[in-house]
Design a protein around this ligand. Structure first.
Ligand code: 5GP
Length: 188
């Protein structure tokens, strides 16, 4: 396995990126998930330093000013960014680093690290995405509306990515992701 690989996973809110990433991490010790900073409020059960580093808006701005973020973006009213230290931590452990980030951040990473493997996760249909987003029960109606609006823009940009994976059946999507990551071939 080659060293120092950077993997970007992007896809609309509610598409199931989190579940896919968790399954990948459970199955492959060589993978490392970069922990982002965000100004979003923690959801129930989210742990500081594990799911995110939760920071104030002014702290986030300080990090941007100090050049501490490899990429950052505003998403549905909050800021999100990848600190360099988070990427470095994975690399120092000799692992492949996964960034689970939205579209604007993925574009910035493409410019900074053109060798990164970039995969876009698609829902089986628009209706299914909407259903998943609502059934999570984690966000307010206005947050869901903002996320759906953004989802449309993101899906339209799916073609910018190296590969697209449809998350219809979790196991099938996982297998396809694994073949992209580990075999670097397009499976039938
Ligand atoms: P959520 O609020 O649901 O945790 O995340 C909202 C969106 O922000 C998701 O699409 C997620 O992939 C994205 N995101 C999480 N961390 C980062 C980050 O560090 N940078 C960018 N650009 N997007 C992020």
């Amino acid at each position: 396995m080659k060293a120092g690989k950077l993997i970007v996973l992007t896809g609309p809110s509610g598409v199931g990126k989190g579940t896919l990433v968790r399954s990948l991490l459970n199955r492959h010790q060589e993978l490392y998930l970069s922990v982002s900073v965000t100004t979003r409020q923690p959801r129930e059960g989210e742990i500081e330093g594990k799911h995110y580093y939760f920071v104030s808006r002014s702290r986030f701005e300080e990090m941007v000013e100090a050049g501490e973020l490899a990429e950052w973006a505003e998403f549905a009213g909050n800021f999100y960014g990848t600190p360099y230290f988070s990427i470095k931590q994975g690399i120092d452990e000799g692992k492949w680093v996964i960034l689970e980030i939205e579209l604007e951040g993925a574009r910035q990473i493409r410019n900074k690290f053109p060798e990164a493997l970039r995969v876009f996760i698609l829902p089986p249909s628009w209706e299914e995405l909407e259903r998943r987003l609502r059934s999570r029960g984690q966000d307010s109606e206005s947050a869901i509306a903002r996320r759906l609006l953004r989802a449309k823009e993101e899906i339209e940009a799916a073609g910018e990515f190296d590969f697209q994976v449809i998350n219809d059946d979790l196991d099938v999507a996982l297998q396809r992701l694994e073949s992209l990551l580990f075999l670097e071939v397009d499976p039938p």
